[in-house]
Each structure stands twice: as structure tokens, then as C-alpha cells.
Design a protein around this ligand. Structure first.
Ligand code: PMP
Length: 369
């Protein structure tokens, strides 16, 4: 069906008459962890075939009632996003590149045969919720308010086809510092048995099923004594794709002359917004950057002969995480010194400084609320 010309949506505000008392909110903010504590409100927007997007609302956070024949429960039309709102030194609040998340949400929707939420509606939802629940944005360094937009089918029925009704929602959850005791390198397991995504599959979409399919490999990594799983390409099981819920970067050489390479977008890895931002930030810092294919052998040999000095992973949750060691069925090795490398840490500081307002936002990435 042809997309409907859609008038701009206005989100109707229904603020809670029972927000959490300030003392209780502060107690929950003291050690929020990740994804356990939720703010007072949420945004809900409905989509119906023939009508388009409608009934945009900001409402008190609360449970949903779901019919047992809800199509998402059976056939998995479910996509999501993840972005953060940061408290700046001057007390203001800003989110990082929300339009990039809105655009990736649209591309995930297209892949799952779901309707596309207009970018401006996505961004408005973020603004409305963060403004309403601004007291939930942590003030401690390295803490933030994690925003989780998501959409799923709400039609009731067991026929396998794109649903004709969907619900978009936005919830928010204060997140503690990812590395409260200082940045620590992770160990990784190269998954040769399981693949995350294949050519023509859903790897470049942020759909729920990708994460369900990853859990058994992550459990295998843990059994091997590793923190995270690294995915290889599905065809040759040779090319590095990404790590758990983060993209990877390979650092060749040292200092400002270091060359920084990330696996090219193969169609089966997620185009991370942190990945994209670091390509530009690394260039600003004088590094040569590239998107290229990197094989297991390139990784192993580069560490053995010392040309590959550092490897790190990047994503919204942890910003940048150094990779310290690698295990696979064939070989185990240490990455560089096994400790966080100087190029990794410099990039981490540089990106955090932009996000928290301590460095100028030369790319126009910050969206003040
Ligand atoms: N890869 C996967 C599979 C992810 O889930 C994420 C987190 N969204 C990333 C990479 C990193 O993406 P971003 O930098 O946009 O958070």
C-alpha cells in the first residue's frame, strides 16, 4: 500500500499524577546499574493500516496488556534503538545524534516490513520524554539516561504476513557508569560454530530476533572464559564482523600516525552510530582511517608481528571498550600489551568530551533538550 501523507503528530501530554517521590528517585539513581530502573513516563504512538500514525501520547510508565495471539509473540516483527541523554557540566541535557538513530530505526523497519516512523516524530518523542523526566538524568560522571525506542506488531492473528497494526514506544532508564572501577579490557571468543547474520539476512537491522539468536554464542564465549563473542562472516567464517553489541576497530602503528581500521559495512553487521562518529573523530585527531575487510589471520599475525597495536570495540553503552585477548578453536593470543592502549583511550576521552559538553561539538552531533 502507498504510504499515507501524514500530518505532523503532536504528542499529547498526560503527566503522571503519581511520579516517584524525589527521595525514592534519588535512592534509585544512587546505583542504577543498567536497564533495571525506569522513569515515570513513556511515549506511545499507534500505527494502523489505512490510517497511518496516530494517538501519540506521553503517559505514566506502566505495563501493557497483550493478547495471546499478538503477532509479535509468534512471528517477531520487533525492532528497537538505543541512545543516551547526558547531563552537561552546566546542568543542561543533550542527546547524541538522535536523528541517526531515527534513520536507522526507519531502515530496520523497512527490513522487517514495518511502517517507518517519521524522523521528526522519533526526535520529538525523545524530547518530550526527556523534558518530562529530566530529574531522572543522572548528574554523576559517566552516568546517563538510556533511551529505548522500540516498535512491534499489535495485530491479533496467526496468519504469517506483515501486521496491519503496530505500537511505537519510548521508555527511559538511568544507566550507571559502564566501568565504575576504571576501563578494563575484555577477552573475546571468535565464534566459528554460530553465525549472527548472513548476506541477505537481518544483520544490518536492529531487530529483536538478532539478539535472541546471539545468546547461545554469548553463553559459549562465557563457557570458554571470555567476556564477549566476536562474530565472523557467514560464508567463509574468516572475516571479522563485530563483537556482541558493539563494532570493532583495529589500530595499526602508534601515536598520531596510527592508522585506524574498522570492518566495512558488509550488510550483515550493524552500522553503529559510535562507529560512524569515531571514523570522523579519529580523522579530526589526525589519524588515517579506513573501512576494510579484516580476517582472523590479519588479526593474529598483526598482533604477532606488532604492526597491530590495539583493538577496541565501540557502541552507545560503553562508548569504547579495549579488547585485551582473543581465544578461538585454533589459537589464543594477547592484543598488544593486553592493557588499554593510548590511542584507544585518547579516542574514548575525545568522544566522551563531546558528549558531556567538555569539547566543542564541531560536527553538530549534540541535540540539546
Ligand atoms: N552492533 C550491535 C549488534 C549492536 O547492538 C550495537 C548497539 N546498538 C552496536 C553494534 C553499536 O551501535 P551504536 O554505536 O549505534 O550503539
Amino acid at each position: 500500500t502507498a504510504p499515507l501523507a501524514q500530518a505532523p503528530l503532536t504528542i499529547a501530554l498526560k503527566p503522571s499524577s503519581h511520579p516517584l517521590p524525589a527521595a525514592e528517585r534519588e535512592a534509585r539513581l544512587a546505583s542504577p546499574g543498567f536497564g533495571r530502573v525506569f522513569t515515570d513516563h513513556m511515549v506511545t504512538i499507534r500505527w494502523t493500516e489505512g490510517q497511518g500514525w496516530h494517538d501519540a501520547q506521553l503517559v505514566p510508565y506502566g505495563p501493557l496488556e497483550i493478547d495471546p495471539a499478538n503477532m509479535t509473540l509468534h512471528y517477531g516483527q520487533s525492532i528497537f534503538e538505543g541512545l543516551k541523554a547526558y547531563r552537561r557540566a552546566d546542568g543542561s541535557i543533550a542527546t547524541f545524534r538522535p536523528t541517526a538513530n531515527a534513520e536507522r530505526f526507519q531502515s530496520s523497519a523497512r527490513r522487517l516490513a514495518m511502517p517507518e516512523l517519521p524522523v521528526e516524530t522519533f526526535v520529538e518523542a525523545v524530547e518530550v520524554l526527556v523534558r518530562q523526566d529530566r530529574d531522572w538524568v543522572p548528574t554523576q560522571p559517566e552516568q546517563s539516561l538510556y533511551l529505548r525506542p522500540f516498535m512491534f506488531a499489535t495485530e491479533v492473528g496467526l496468519g504469517v504476513r506483515p501486521a496491519d497494526e503496530y505500537l511505537f514506544m519510548l521508555i527511559a532508564s538511568p544507566a550507571g557508569a559502564y566501568f565504575p572501577g576504571g576501563v578494563k579490557p575484555v577477552s573475546v571468543w571468535l565464534s566459528e560454530e554460530y553465525v549472527r547474520a548472513a548476506p541477505g539476512g537481518t544483520g544490518a537491522a536492529k531487530c529483536a530476533g538478532n539478539y535472541a539468536a546471539s545468546l547461545v554464542a554469548q553463553a559459549q564465549a562465557a563457557e570458554k572464559g571470555c567476556d564477549q563473542v566476536v562474530w565472523l562472516d557467514a560464508v567463509e567464517r574468516r572475516w571479522i564482523e563485530e563483537m556482541g553489541g558493539m563494532n570493532l576497530y583495529f589500530v595499526y602503528g602508534e601515536g598520531e600516525d596510527a592508522r585506524i581500521v574498522t570492518p566495512e559495512l558488509s550488510g550483515s553487521l550493524l552500522p553503529g552510530i559510535t562507529r560512524d562518529s569515531l571514523l570522523r573523530l579519529a580523522a579530526d585527531l589526525g589519524h588515517e582511517t579506513a573501512e576494510a575487510r579484516i580476517s582472523i589471520d590479519d588479526w593474529k599475525n598483526g598482533n604477532a608481528d606488532g604492526t597491530l597495536t590495539e583493538v577496541f570495540a565501540c557502541g552507545t553503552a560503553a562508548v569504547i571498550t579495549p579488547v585485551g585477548s582473543v581465544k578461538s578453536t585454533r589459537a589464543d593470543w594477547t592484543v598488544g600489551s593486553g592493557e588499554p592502549g593510548p590511542v584507544t583511550m585518547r579516542l574514548r576521552e575525545a568522544l566522551l568530551a563531546v558528549q558531556t559538553g567538555q569539547a566543542p561539538d564541531t560536527h553538530g552531533w549534540m541535540h540539546t533538550i
